[in-house]
Design a protein around this ligand. Structure first.
Ligand code: 7TS
Length: 443
């Protein structure tokens, strides 16, 4: 396996999904994965996450809801404590010592994010509340200025509501059209249909890097090339990409990339919008307030330079510092190694789940992140989640903020296990044992 597996097209074997009929094909990959995993010490990683030592309902916690949010390593917790105990001050405004410390740490964190994404410049890194806010920023600030009546916005059928509703709001306001690229029965976007939906009116394409509900990794490199060949901009919703895949925004050449800190072992309430500098420069501001201005009179306000133009008001300073600590933590462990470890869990869990009678995996794409959605014949997902919880196993059940996708697969809801850097095969075994218990109760 090479180090760049972010968005291989379906024609490659990297990150092959472990559907039963493909298990034999995946053999060479598994050897490669083993190579990457050989010095991945999951037990030592687990010790860095204090919450993993706790129990729930008298059982050892088995946390398999990482697509919703990840747990935090001690390094992130310590960073928040250090900020509030030693550095707390507002940024970009005081000349006093603490404000200078807070400002320089805040800006150093921006450099950490810049490096993590391999952006060209710190000006391209805007701190937001999370993926949702990043997408709303683009749909409103860029969208209002650039999308007009009769224009089109293209998304896919597997998007999270956060990458649907902001575009619906924009299209409603501008009398523009939202177009949807369909997925096949495996949950993969059909690239030919995606390409056919690109028209001269397509102003922007917005697609998820990986689906939170199915795990599908989209072929974003091809999608970016197709969008650009059509003269459209493209935003990548990286909420489920950043935790699992190496990201290089220069190599990808996407126009925008959004992600949330809390899904990559950082704090809640902090996220990032990466945007290419000329595009961000040309955009009007989104929110008005302190820090985003150069000068204000009642007649006219001039706006601050990038990225401050988009960071109105006192930012989530501790969140920014905690995010940088999380990205440092992930970089030290190695994102490729994390991805390989999670892929091993995906292969193992899929193999064990398909042995359970009446269990159907929803989402069998060739390229998958470590997310498995499933239904169990005759049992409501909510009941599965409740019984597993009694066993200490945390999964998510419901529509996963992807209701149109649930309709596409004709299910009201699914159960979803999603793996993170600290999960183990023993935890997969606990999930399987819990599901057997569910079957005992309900059948
Ligand atoms: N996009 C994707 C693909 C997501 O998975 C999520 C959150 C978001 C956007 C929104 O991120 P936020 O941090 O702004 O809320 N996904 C989930 C989930 O799967 N379960 O809970 C939240």
């Amino acid at each position: 396996m090479t180090t760049r597996t972010a968005d291989r097209g379906p024609q490659t074997t990297a990150h092959r999904s472990p559907t039963t009929d493909r298990l034999s094909e995946a053999q060479p990959l598994r050897s490669a994965v083993r190579g990457l995993r050989s010095d991945y010490d999951v037990e030592s990683i687990r010790r860095d996450f204090p919450i993993l030592a706790r129990s729930v309902h008298g059982r050892k916690l088995v946390y398999l809801d990482n697509a919703a949010t990840t747990q935090k390593p001690q390094a992130v917790i310590d960073r928040l404590v250090r900020y509030y105990s030693e550095e707390n001050s507002n940024v970009h405004r005081g000349v006093h010592y603490l404000s200078e410390v807070a400002t320089s740490e805040y800006e150093a964190a921006r450099t950490t994010v810049k490096r993590f994404l391999n952006a060209r410049d710190e000006k391209e890194i805007v701190f937001t509340r999370g993926t949702t806010e990043s997408i709303n920023l683009v749909s409103q600030a860029w969208g209002r200025a650039n999308v007009g009546e009769g224009d089109e916005v293209l998304i896919t059928a597997i998007e999270h509501h956060s990458n649907i509703v902001p575009w619906q709001l924009l299209c409603g306001e501008k009398h523009a059209q939202l177009r949807i690229a369909p997925v096949n029965d495996a949950g993969e976007v059909m690239l030919d249909q995606f390409a056919n939906l690109l028209t001269p009116r397509t102003k922007i394409v917005a697609v998820g890097h990986a689906s939170n509900a199915l795990g599908t990794i989209n072929p974003i490199r091809q999608m970016i090339a197709l969008a650009h060949a059509n003269g459209s901009l493209i935003l990548i919703d990286g909420a489920q990409g950043v935790p699992h895949l190496p990201i290089d925004v220069q190599e990808l050449d996407c126009d925008f990339y959004a992600f949330s800190g809390h899904k990559v072992y950082g704090p809640t309430g902090i996220g990032v919008l990466y945007g290419k500098q000329p595009i961000l420069d040309a955009m009007p501001p989104w929110q008005g307030g302190g820090d985003m201005i150069l000068s204000v009179t009642f007649e006219k306000t001039t706006y601050n330079a990038l990225p401050y133009k988009f960071e109105a008001g006192t930012p989530n300073i501790s969140g920014v510092l905690g995010l940088a600590a999380a990205l440092d933590y992930v970089s030290t462990a190695g994102i490729e190694k994390i991805g390989a470890h999670e892929h091993d869990l995906l292969v193992y869990a899929t193999g064990r789940l398909v042995e359970i009678p009446g269990l159907r995996i929803i989402g069998t794409a060739a390229e998958k992140a470590s997310v498995i959605s499933f239904t169990l014949e005759g049992v409501h997902p909510h009941d599965i989640g409740t019984i597993l919880d009694q066993e200490g196993v945390a999964i998510r059940t419901g529509h996963h903020c992807a209701q149109p996708l649930m309709m596409r697969f004709n299910v009201p809801a699914t159960s979803r296990a999603s793996f993170g850097m600290y999960n183990t095969r023993e935890e997969v075994d606990a999930l399987i044992a819990g599901l057997k218990r569910v079957i005992e109760v309900f059948r």
